[in-house]
Design a binder for this molecule. Structure first.
Ligand code: AMP
Ligand code: MG
Length: 405
């Protein structure tokens, strides 16, 4: 049995990033950028008005009252042809280039237009008021996005502003999900005596989508060698194969031996953690393709499967997609409730994390163990609790890992 941190290091070392490939902006949401992006433009590209109003010489309006001759009108998309001098103004709309000679914009609300003469009737206006200068937010040569960031709507917006219609990304992995167990029935069926629904497939597929990967559900494999072998072959077509169940020490826990028979090399089996101790990890490298498939055997209890996915499979997904850091990010949070913890292994405990102005806070939820999925419905992450007895009090600090994307 190895420690979690060694296990995560092993996953990181074993799984290598996909090669970079081109992708259009409309298809890259959630993917990881492969190259740093450096700006070849200034933003804004010219000095411009931030308000509808009048471009003026600020010294003319320093007292808040003035009468100026309006010599031109420009809207966004037009370019001024006149120069503003003392005693004159150009009517200007938000986003239009600031005319030469002008160094402030007086808001339309603070003016009264009478023919070609505008009266300034508002508060004093200082130089640079309602104006943004070329390159204020971004200059040519500056780094806009570091390599290996995940593409979010705001980053896609920044790429669009730079005219990067196509970017280099690492693609989303395809993850096959194979639930194993003679007791399982599809979720749309009523379980008979001794049977339960295949909870894990729907849950793991949802986790796959949250991680930005592509789900390939394979249904249920029965606890016999023939069925397992056939479905494992299917699963090894994907980039990652995730199995649930059949990795403990029971009589019908055939997954490790069937994976070995299929040529999957065991990397580790069993990690010192709760839940999820029997977790299995291996790799398969077919000689024809040379690409390596990562294979995870997750214990069948739903919370074990869920926690092991968050810790191990998501780390592999981040590695394949080139997203750094690949290991789950733990942050320190303030405990909100009194909670007695008792465990002989490091524990990933269902937790409700809230982000407040004073930092993250966490409620440690009542939980009956690895089969108690119900307890997780109000959880959005897990708290990392030690392998010992500890009485938590409000105000104590504890590390938490969020399950959000
Ligand atoms: P196993 O890891 O196969 O020994 O299964 C451990 C426990 O998890 C057993 O109670 C199983 O019935 C349950 N289990 C296994 N697979 C699933 C699944 N796909 N959905 C819900 N429960 C499962
Ligand atoms: Mg089983």
């Amino acid at each position: 049995m190895i420690e979690l941190s060694a296990a995560l290091d092993t996953v990181c070392r074993t799984v290598a990033p996909f090669p970079a490939e081109p992708c259009s902006l409309e298809s890259c949401l959630g993917l990881t950028l492969a190259n740093e992006i450096i700006s070849d433009i200034d933003s804004p590209p010219f000095d411009k008005a931030l308000m509808d109003g009048y471009a003026v010489v600020a010294a003319d309006v320093a007292t808040g009252t003035a009468t100026l001759n309006v010599i031109e009108r420009i809207t966004a998309g037009q370019v001024p042809t006149q120069v503003v001098t003392s005693g004159t103004a150009i009517q200007i709309m938000t986003g239009a280039p600031l005319p030469q000679g002008a160094d402030a914009v007086v808001r339309i609300e603070d003016t009264k237009l009478d023919g070609v003469v505008v009266q300034i009737v508002g508060k004093p206006v200082a130089a640079e008021a309602s104006v943004i200068r070329r390159g204020t937010s971004l200059k040519v040569g500056e780094t806009v996005l570091a390599a290996e960031v995940r593409l979010t709507p705001s980053r896609i917006g920044a790429l669009a502003e730079l005219g990067q219609a196509q970017v280099a990304v690492r693609r989303a992995p395809r993850i096959a999900v194979l639930a194993t167990g003679d007791e399982l029935v599809p979720i749309d069926q009523v379980p008979g005596p001794g049977q339960i629904r295949n909870t894990n497939e729907a849950m793991l597929c949802a986790q796959i989508r949250t991680a930005g990967a592509v789900q390939v559900p394979l249904g249920i494999a029965r606890d016999n060698r023939e069925d397992l072998a056939a479905k494992i072959q299917q699963g090894l077509q994907a980039d990652i194969l995730v199995l649930s169940g059949g990795v403990s020490a029971g009589k019908l826990d055939l997954v490790p031996s069937e994976l070995s028979a299929a040529g999957v090399r065991e990397v580790f089996h069993k990690v010192n953690m709760k839940p999820g101790k029997p977790v299995w990890f291996g790799t398969f490298t077919p000689p024809e393709t040379g690409r390596t498939v990562a294979v995870f055997g997750l214990p069948g209890n739903p919370v074990s499967s869920m926690v092991c996915f968050e810790l191990f499979v998501r780390t592999a997904v981040r590695r394949l997609m080139g997203s750094e850091p690949a290991r789950p990010a733990a942050i320190s949070a303030t405990v909100l409730n009194v909670f007695r913890h008792r465990s002989d292994r490091p524990t990933y405990h269902p937790a409700e994390i809230t982000w407040t102005a004073t930092g993250p806070q966490v409620r440690l939820l009542p939980w009956q163990g690895s089969s108690d999925l119900r307890a997780t419905v109000s959880a959005n992450g897990m708290a990392v609790l030690p392998a010992e007895e500890q009485l938590f009090q409000p105000g104590d600090r504890v590390d938490v890992v969020s399950w959000d994307a």
